[in-house]
Write a protein that binds this ligand. Structure first.
Ligand code: ATR
Length: 280
């Protein structure tokens, strides 16, 4: 540690859009911790070298984002069980000169719903759209809260089928054609695909027959109110946007690097919302 404190980063490619520096710098300032958190743009061909240099760098750790999450998992000297299950890492730290990795997406997902929709886990059945890394984190989170039926609908059926092998018989695989039918009878619906992000197409789901208590959430947070959330709200369903998951997945990393478990406050959320609005 030098006189500027501990140094941390988020690396990805591209990385300029990342809101992680806003989040971590807000916490550094709020808790008056000396330290830095900055973006580093690393092209895929340079990522292996970047990872091998980290243990002898000034950094105590950092975040990894698209497209390096799978490579970070594969290259870290010590990956925890969460990484193994999800097959990707988003948080790194250096301990005993070794690069350690974890994945905090499941924790971020759960903490967001705990904060925004307390009691959400009284539901027992869920429908997940998508079968990538984010979907695996959500499945883990739902299983750890006791969901007995988790339906995964994906464009490529085979990828959803692979998840049934990985996570067991409570998980079932479906095509996207089945979504409207499946959505009628579940307590929770989660979009884990990039569909609905600004400038991309969205899912058009007819929620008119969904149960009235169904909660709908999206991991997309630009825009905050995705077309899917808008149509769920239109049908009178409860909705939670994806920004909270981003905020909450950041907290465990901050704790590892700086020793304080930071709070996700309305002020922090508002600061990020103000920044997001500038780009919509
Ligand atoms: P992540 O790790 O962030 O979850 P990913 O592993 O690339 O990202 O997974 C993205 C998910 O979004 C996948 O389920 C993908 O479907 P496929 O398995 O068929 O590729 C889904 N997805 C991406 N673009 C899509 C689109 N245009 N229509 C439907 N599904 C899409």
């Amino acid at each position: 540690m030098d006189d500027k404190g501990r140094h941390t980063f988020v690396c990805g490619h591209p990385i300029a859009h990342s809101r992680s520096p806003l989040i971590h710098n807000y916490w550094l300032s709020r808790y008056a911790i000396p330290g830095t958190y900055r973006t580093i743009d690393i092209e895929p061909t340079k990522f292996t070298q970047f990872m091998s240099d980290l243990p002898v760098s000034d950094f105590v750790g950092g975040n990894v984002t698209i497209p390096h999450k799978e490579a970070a998992y594969a290259l870290a000297a010590r990956s925890d069980d969460m990484c193994h299950l999800i097959g990707a890492a988003n948080t790194l730290w250096i301990k005993d000169n070794l690069l350690h990795a974890t994945n905090t997406d499941a924790q971020g997902f759960t903490a967001n719903l705990d904060q925004q929709a307390p009691g959400w886990d009284k539901a027992t059945s869920a429908l997940i759209l998508g079968a990538g890394g984010a979907s695996r984190a959500v499945i883990f989170a739902l299983q750890s809260r006791g969901f007995s039926s988790i339906m995964v609908a994906n464009r490529t059926l085979q990828k959803a089928v692979e998840l049934t092998h990985r996570f067991g018989p409570r998980v079932t695989a479906h095509t996207l054609d089945a979504v409207v039918e499946l959505s009628r009878d579940v307590g929770l619906i989660i979009n884990t695909t990039p569909l609905g992000m600004s400038q991309t197409p969205s899912f058009s789901i007819d929620f008119s027959n969904a149960k009235s208590g169904t909660l709908v959430t999206d991991i997309v947070y630009v825009p905050l109110r995705t077309p899917m959330l808008a149509s769920a709200a239109q049908a009178g369903l409860r909705c939670v946007d994806g920004l909270g998951m981003l905020l909450h997945q950041a907290a465990p990393g901050f704790h590892k690097w700086f020793g304080i478990y930071p709070e996700v406050t309305p002020e922090l959320r508002n600061a990020i919302v103000e920044d997001l609005v500038k780009f919509q």
